[in-house]
Every structure is written in C-alpha cells, then in structure tokens.
Design a protein around this ligand. Structure first.
Ligand SMILES: [Fe+2]
Length: 532
C-alpha cells in the first residue's frame, strides 16, 4: 500500500496586486526590496521569484506583458521553484486585482482540478480550502485575503483568544472583517469600507494609489469641516458602486480658505470620520479584552491608539499591509494542518549581508555625532518585514532639533516637507515622554507627546508615532539609543526608514549608494563605520 505523503509547506505565495511577497517559514521575500520599485509597481515579471536577490535589472514589464509572461503560464509560480512536488502543499491567497485577468487561466491549468476553489467562503477564521485533486500528489491550500491578515496578527500576538479586525481597501471578497473570540467571521465590508474611502481620498488629493499614509500626514494640519463629514456620510450611506466613484471628483478641495487648507481639513475630518465609524461598528462587537489588527488601514496609528480606550490589549504586527500576506497564509496553513501549531514570524525576517569595512564603529562616537547634529544611516543584520524601519534599516537623528524634519525631508528623503518623523524610545522611558498606556514595538500607534524637549519628532498636532525599544527586541538599536541617552539625557532617537524616493535599502550596496547621493553624514553597516 502506498504511504500517504508527509505534507510539506515549502512556502506561501500571495497573488497580490502590489507588494508581492513569499514566505518560507524563515525568509520573508518582499519583492520591492529587490526590484527597487515601491510596492513592486509597476508589476514585475519576477514578482514571485522565491530566492532571487538580483538587483533591478531594468527589465521590468508593464501590466500586459506581466500577464502574458507570468499569468499565462502560472505553473511557473510553482514549478520553477519546485513547489508542486509529491507531498507538497500549494499555499496561496490572492487579491481581486492580483488575478483579475488570469482567473480563468489559473482554473484551466494549475487549479484545473480545483474548479470550486474561488467559491470558497469562510465562516470562521480557520476555515480553508485544502484538497488533493484526482490523480494529484499535492494539496492545494487556499484561504481568503482577510483571513491571512487576521491569522498573521493573531498568531504573532501571543494571545490565547482575541477579537481580530482585518481592514483594508479590498482583498478578494471583503474590505472589512471582524472575527470574535470564537473565530466567527462578521463581514462589515458594506458598512465600513474605510480603506476604500482612504484610497479614493488619497487619489482625489493627489497622493495617488497607496498614498493614504501621506494623506494621514496632513491630519495634524487640519480642522473639522462639516462639508467633508457630511460628504463621507453620503458616500457611506449606500452601496459602493463604480458610478458613485465618478462623483468623487466633484468633492471640493477649496473650502474658501485655499486648497492647502481644504486638503488638510479633509484629512482631519476623514480621520475623525474613521474613528467615529470604528466606534459605531466595531466597539459593540467586542467579545474579549484583546484585539489584533491587520490590513492596510492598520497603518493608521491614530485609529490603533484609539482602540486602547476600548480594549485592554491591542496588538498590531509590523507587516500589516499586503506585504505580510504570504506570512499570514503560511501561518494559517501550519496551524490547521499541524494540530494548531503556532508558527511565529520574526520581525527581522529579511536577508542578512556580509560586509567588511576599514574602520570599526564606536557607538559612543556615533551617538556624539548625532548629538552634534549629524544624520546617520544605520544598517544592521536582517531587514524588517513591513513598511517601517525598526532599527535595522534606519536613518537616525537628534529628536531635540526643531529643524531636523525640514533637513531630512529636504536633503535626504527628498519628500514632502509636511511629513513627520517618528521617535524610537527606550521602553523603560516611554511614559515619561508619551501619553500612552502600552509599549509600541512596531511603530504602530500615534499618541500625544508630553514633553517639549523633543520638537524634532513632535508632529504639528502634538503627537508622535512611537516605537518602543527593548534589548531583547533589538540589542544594537537599543545600545545606540542608550549611548545617545547617556550623552544628552534624552532616551530616544529620531528613526525614519533608510531610503530616498525608493523602497527601504536592502543591501549594503543600496545603503552606500543612498549615503553617497544624499546629505547623510555617517553610515554604519553592521560593525563598520563609513565616512564621507
Ligand atoms: Fe489587504
């Protein structure tokens, strides 16, 4: 008798519209870091190359070409990387836009024996599609996009039970989903399409697709405007239709005080509207003291902080957007196929690079340089999962300097001058400077700043998106902040992602290139210092 295969989960693929990524249990391959296109747009022909770290070879192809060469032979996704072997589990999820043009083709090829797969509709968090097609010696494992967001947040939280909010612009079937502590799925997509609204307002205000975080940077500059609030109410009060989207362009950005003021007021009012709707629809659903949040809207730090008023514990993991989809899908599969085994992903799940310089770094010297006004590129070990630099691919500066925001925005990041910078604060000191109740290791919450000693990281509305750092989380990062603390008495550094109009630097070569073409003063790569 043939022995049944010992099913393996080689890696998971998220068939995304943007932020393509794979995960093999250790290495989180965020394609944008290698192709060097933010969010991996335009769609790259090698969107899912599993181990490839080839730097952008300049051979990217636009959408149609991508579809022709990639999705017209989707077996490449799997066969090329030896996934569909006997005993393997083919693990994936998708977004509506990610397979828009290829669904039929997928069903004729790799999913030929799984015709009913896209009919799958979960009722509970751990529901899944998992089948071996007739004659096939591999399993196909599929979950919905929002289940992946939810699983990623919950399985990394350490909570035994939790409410979970999975909220974004669009996945495959949903926009907003709430799971109660018994894992029941409540679909709020029609009532609470918050991510969808932010996406459209981002486009309307000129920040473009995936520009919601830039629009959020304007919140602090604005004030309440009833015109915008009532407009959002009208939009929410009815089904989402293509027809309605055409009307968005008639929303006026000039509210009598000029377009800049109108834009900021729109942002402020949208943020208030978001929190009001969250309170209206999510708060009554509470079934326990813990809440996990994921999905693109979970990058909204104001919203995440607000949840602390309603839940005892709130967990927001680092790669909350679609760039974390492969991790959640992988974790979900490991959990359901291995008797509830919990696989936790590392925060620093990227690659590590060898580098040898000429001069060893002295942390005291670097901290003193920052205290003297220098701006430092800080590159250590493995890269972070998610959009936030958490101490391994960071630019560090003095939070006491009131002009530092303009200097970094203007001479290093080359980005809009209104965008704020975040502090990385030693965990044992965060409550001396910030009015919040829990640590925030992944820079996921925006709270009030209590001190006037750190104007460089204080946004115009008196807030900051804080990262709390302890030794266990990132010892080298802790040590450099601690050296700065010993010199200045301020236990924090300004921490922003190490990049200049491109994805976060991935390799030492990226770091050196950015160092050379910007006004960065010093560069630290692992144990080495590089000067100009
Ligand atoms: Fe998503």
């Amino acid at each position: 008798m043939r022995k049944p295969p010992d099913w393996k989960v080689p890696f998971a693929v998220a068939l995304n519209l943007h932020d393509h990524n794979t995960y093999d249990g250790k290495f989180h391959n965020q394609r944008e870091r290698y192709t060097r296109f933010k969010h991996n747009l335009p769609y790259h022909a090698e969107a899912y190359a599993h181990q490839s770290d080839i730097l952008n070879p300049g051979d990217y192809r636009l959408n149609d070409e991508f579809i022709k060469t990639f999705f017209n032979d989707p077996s490449d996704i799997f066969n090329t990387y030896s996934l569909v072997n006997k005993g393997d589990i083919l693990v994936f999820t998708y977004t509506y836009g990610g397979i828009r043009k290829s669904k039929d083709h997928l069903l004729e090829t790799i999913l030929k024996k799984h015709k009913d797969i896209f009919e799958f509709e979960p009722k509970k968090l751990w529901d899944h599609y998992c089948k071996t097609g007739a004659g096939e010696e591999f399993k196909v494992y599929y979950i919905d996009h929002h289940q992946s967001h939810a699983a990623y947040a919950f399985l990394n939280s350490g909570y035994k039970q939790s409410d979970i909010l999975a909220i974004d612009g669009i996945g495959s079937k949903y926009r907003t989903v709430f799971f109660d502590k018994d894992q029941n799925l409540i679909d709020l997509s029609d009532k609470l399409p918050i991510g969808w609204l932010w996406n459209h307002m981002s486009n309307l205000t000129g920040f473009g697709t995936l520009g919601a975080s830039k629009l959020m940077g304007k919140v602090g500059y604005g004030k309440y405007d009833d015109y915008y609030y009532q407009t959002f109410e009208t939009i929410f009060n009815g089904p989402i239709t293509e027809k309605k989207q055409k009307h968005f362009k008639y929303i006026s950005l000039d509210n009598g005080e000029g377009k800049d003021v109108g834009l900021a007021d729109l942002a402020f009012t949208l943020q208030k509207f978001t929190i009001d709707k969250i309170k209206q629809y999510i708060y009554p659903l509470k079934t326990c003291d813990n809440l996990c949040i994921a999905g693109g809207v979970a990058y909204n730090g104001y919203m995440n902080e607000e949840f602390l008023n309603h839940y005892e514990n709130v967990f927001v993991p680092p790669a909350v957007g679609d760039e974390g989809q492969a991790i959640g899908t992988y974790q979900h599969c490991v959990y359901t196929q291995n008797k509830n085994k919990i696989h936790k992903s590392e925060t620093f799940a990227g690659k590590e690079y060898e580098y040898e310089g000429d001069e060893k770094v002295d942390y005291k010297e670097v901290a003193q340089a920052i205290a003297d006004g220098k701006i430092v590129g800080w590159f250590q070990g493995k890269s972070e999962s998610g959009n936030r630099a958490l101490g391994n691919r960071s630019i560090l500066a003095d939070p006491r300097n009131p002009n530092i925001k303009n200097i970094i925005n203007g001479t290093i990041k080359m980005r809009e001058d209104f965008r704020p910078f975040a502090p990385a604060v030693l965990e044992e000191h965060y409550q001396e400077y910030f009015d919040t109740r829990l640590p925030s290791p992944y820079m996921s919450r925006i709270c009030k700043v209590k001190s006037d000693k750190v104007p460089g990281i204080t946004h115009i509305d008196g807030t900051a998106r804080i990262q709390t750092v302890n030794k266990e989380f990132n010892e080298k990062f802790y040590n450099i902040i601690n050296e700065f603390y010993k010199i200045t008495g301020i236990p924090m550094l300004l921490n922003t992602s190490f990049n200049c109009r491109e994805p976060i630097v991935e390799t030492p070569q990226h770091a050196i290139r950015t160092f050379k073409r910007t006004d960065l003063d010093l560069l630290v790569i692992n144990d080495w210092i590089i000067r100009k």
